[in-house]
Design a protein around this ligand. Structure first.
Ligand code: ZN
Length: 339
């Protein structure tokens, strides 16, 4: 009898998780209570909110809910709790390495300024990593809606704090605003400082935005990147360069990038040899965590266990984890498959 291997036991790396978006819904309710914040029904119903980010109103609504959740993180202890719980959730889902993404600018007003906010975040990551045993690193992400000069400031800061657990530099928020090229200097600073470049692209807009990330930002990973599936030449380029796409199927469906989980082009990317790292993006708002993304690959796209193991390997190889951590995880993946 063939047995069904448990996907929460499959070792993997989690490379696309946003800071506030990683929060447990129950923790959000408690923090809102603590600070007397009135949450909109969309955040208290226990069901993931209905969002359609493919139009600008939907994206605005998504950002508003996100800001509302972020406003409940006010003290260092809240930040510590958030990261510790994110690590616990990740471990329960078989993650052996987590790269969490944060724009410290958005926490600065409540945590005493940009540098104190970053230090509180990095301290919390370090503490959670030691407490739970999960390797956790940070991607500092600039906000596309802000001025490119702000992104440069952040890139310099990220480089300066690289030895405190920062491994990469990202770019998030609405792809339809501005050009990747506007942020090329910030990314140059980050890359020269030894950080990997991992901007969002190919989510809300098509293959051109992924090309821009490669051409203008020299990206070595792409947040999402799924829309590259619409351009076979681009897929070949991603495969040849070994650029890992951080694919988040549940997020894509929740935000209306694709209608159904079956429509997320996992097969297209996989068959083209584009490395992927499945991620949860914002489980607080999308209602599912890391292992659920692998479930989608299994149940909706027919990935067999050998292919699921290969997806997990791709996530590990695409990570910034040190070689010994990668080897241990790869060994664990082989053991999962052999069992
Ligand atoms: Zn994202």
């Amino acid at each position: 009898m063939a047995h069904v291997r448990d996907l929460t036991q499959l070792p993997k790396a989690h490379l696309h998780l946003h800071f506030t978006g990683s929060m447990r819904p129950s923790t959000l309710l408690e923090l809102a209570d603590k600070y007397g914040v009135h949450l909109p029904d969309a955040l208290t119903s226990g069901e993931p909110p209905q969002l359609r980010a493919t139009d600008e109103r939907g994206w605005f609504r998504f950002q508003r809910l996100y800001d509302m959740a972020r406003s409940c993180l006010r003290q260092p202890e809240d930040i510590q709790r958030l990261v510790r719980e994110a690590a616990q959730e990740d471990l329960a889902d078989g993650s052996g390495w987590l790269e969490i993404q944060v724009d410290p600018t958005s926490y600065a007003p409540r945590l005493g300024g940009l540098i104190p906010a970053l230090e509180i975040i990095l301290d919390a990551v370090d503490a959670a990593s030691r407490e739970t045993g999960l390797g956790i690193r940070v991607l500092v992400a600039a906000n596309r809606m802000k001025h490119p000069l702000d992104a440069r400031t952040l890139a310099r800061l990220a480089v300066r704090y690289a030895d405190r657990g920062i491994v990469g530099f990202g770019l998030s928020n609405d792809e339809r605003r501005g050009l990747a090229r506007d942020f090329d200097r910030a990314f140059a600073i980050a890359r020269e400082g030894g950080l990997l470049a991992a901007p969002h692209g190919g989510e809300l807009t098509g293959p051109a935005s992924v090309r821009d990330c490669l051409d203008d930002l020299d990206a070595s990973r792409i947040g999402h990147g799924v829309r590259a599936a619409e351009d076979p030449r681009l897929l070949r380029r991603l495969a040849e360069r070994g650029v890992t796409c951080e694919v988040c199927p549940a997020s894509n469906v929740a935000l209306g990038v694709y209608e159904k989980p079956e429509d997320v082009p996992l097969r297209t990317l996989y068959d083209a040899g584009v490395p992927m790292a499945l991620g949860a993006d914002d489980p607080l708002l999308f209602g599912s965590r890391l292992a659920a993304q692998y479930e989608i690959a299994r149940t909706r796209h027919g990935f067999d266990d050998a292919e699921l193991a290969e997806l997990a390997r791709q996530s590990v190889r695409g990570s910034a984890a040190p070689v010994d951590v990668q080897q241990k995880l790869l060994y664990g993946i082989d053991a999962w498959l052999a069992d």
